[in-house]
Design a binder for this molecule. Structure first.
Ligand code: OOG
Ligand code: NI
Length: 265
């Protein structure tokens, strides 16, 4: 496991920009050369004990992160938690896990077969959170998973890595609202996730979010190379609570729609 927060996020970022060719362009468009503060990143996994949410979380807990909120997504059959670092300038972390036992026998057998191929020692290695796929997968199996769960197919194809970074709009000197950010992105030709509207949340729930639709990249399966959705970029603006401090949690109704940024269509 990493012992240094900055080194871990730098490694996650390098992997992320390789998976997300548009990220560097978005970064440039919004930062205009200034430093970007990340609101949060997110990771996905299956709830099988070898690789579950707690296994991913341990990598963050060992460098000081603390679990702060629990979220449930009944329709997508997911649980999630978010983690915060005592240094509030460090990104928050949102980790979700698929409730494998709630799916078909076929999906369960497939996913268990993938996870059996993961070496136990790999899950505590420094690089686990950006180590990608640890199993063989053919294109037909990817398609079968996709028919049941976009999330299952995404994790099966791409494995362990940040599925998005999130720009903190509060810290962008050149933008004041999420609408200004979205307009700049659309003008530059980026496609936003429009599920439930481009802006998820509101000042009333103390968090507004938007995201690009994931880039599509060529992924090598055991029998073919297929172009599939990889990772996306998110934008978030937070509002103060009654005590004057910015809200630091997530909003399940909004998160439910952000998950769809990696949908195939
Ligand atoms: C996480 C989706 C939720 C947020 O900010 O609400 C999320 C995911 O797509 O894995 O990132
Ligand atoms: Ni997010």
């Amino acid at each position: 496991m990493h012992t240094n927060v900055n080194a871990l996020f730098e490694a996650l970022w390098q992997d992320y920009i390789e998976m997300t060719p548009s990220a560097a362009k978005v970064h440039q468009l919004l930062s205009k050369g200034d430093k970007i503060i990340n609101d949060h990143i997110a990771l996905r996994t299956f709830n099988i004990s070898k690789v579950n949410l707690d296994v991913l979380a341990a990598h963050f807990e060992s460098i000081g992160y603390v679990a702060c909120g629990d979220y449930k997504f009944e329709a997508k059959k997911l649980n999630a938690k978010h983690f915060e670092h005592p240094d509030s300038t460090q990104p928050k972390v949102f980790i979700s896990e698929l409730l494998v036992e709630e799916f078909s026998e076929e999906l369960q057998t497939t996913i268990k077969g993938l996870i059996e191929q993961v070496d136990d020692a790999a899950t505590t290695a420094d690089n686990f959170l950006y180590s990608g796929r640890h199993w063989d997968l053919d294109a037909k199996t990817y398609e079968l998973l996709l028919a049941e769960s976009e999330y299952a197919a995404w994790v099966a194809a791409l494995g362990y890595r940040a599925n998005h970074f999130t720009v903190s709009i509060n810290h962008l000197p050149n933008f004041n609202t999420i609408f200004e950010v979205n307009d700049a992105l659309k003008e530059a030709g980026f496609v936003l996730n429009a599920v439930g509207g481009e802006v998820k949340g509101s000042p009333e729930v103390l968090l507004e979010q938007s995201s690009t639709m994931a880039d599509k990249i060529n992924v090598s399966f055991s029998d073919a190379v297929v172009e599939i959705p990889s990772c996306f970029y998110e934008f978030a603006i937070r509002y103060p609570k009654a005590d004057g401090e910015l809200y630091t949690g997530f909003v399940a109704a909004s998160a439910d729609k952000i998950f769809e940024s990696t949908n195939v269509n």
